[in-house]
Design a protein around this ligand. Sequence first.
Ligand SMILES: C[S@@+](CC[C@H](N)C(=O)[O-])C[C@H]1O[C@@H](n2cnc3c(N)ncnc32)[C@H](O)[C@@H]1O
Length: 220
Amino acid sequence: MMPRILEPEVMDEEEQCLAYAQADFEEENQGFVDRFREYFPDLTAGHVLDLGCGPGDIPIRFVRALSGCRVTGVDASPAMIRLAEEAVRKAGCVDRITLRCERLQSLALSEPADAAISNSLLHHLPNPLQFWYGLKKLVKPGSYVLVMDLLRPESPEEAQAIVDCYAADEPAILRRDFYNSLLAAFTEDEVAAQLAELNLSRLLIDVVDDRHWVVGGRIY
Ligand SMILES: C[S@@+](CC[C@H](N)C(=O)[O-])C[C@H]1O[C@@H](n2cnc3c(N)ncnc32)[C@H](O)[C@@H]1O
């Protein structure tokens, strides 16, 4: 197994943020929201935190699917937050989605959230334990949590094959970021070890396709 190769933590290039916002992540993002509903059908209202919300597509899909919920989306990239603000305004969701440009490591909420979601953030962090520690601190005990991210392939060649298979027609900058993200991602065993280290073993990890893992459950 190849070692992890870090990529920059925050996506702060304008051009990469725009390429990310314009890419078609409908299947992945809607699938993520649908999975939340399927795993946690009794959560129909409350305050949901989205860590690393990027250009806001998941928060928008989330509030559309769960009419009793409001979402706080947090991202450390000013360019991403600007794109998210625009998307939220266009979607007519400003009253239900709050956006904050902050690093999750220093985030404080006036009240802990009722649930937390995060897609494709963990692999950006040099120290993944900061993510799980922050998550634990930011939600109420017993909150539902759904986290999804990429799986690190066995080799650079395998990473390139995944990029060629799923992003063949995307702009070069998106293909570059996808490749670098695969190299920076964690394996299933590494994520399980992170959960064990922070006493989060009630959260279960599942490998859901050839390039994603999902962690879900209640956090105490
Ligand atoms: C690959 S994007 C995923 C965006 C979004 N969750 C989605 O699925 O469309 C990861 C995002 O995490 C943000 N990020 C990275 N490190 C962060 C940190 N420490 N705190 C908050 N956001 C961070 C990046 O700026 C980037 O916008």
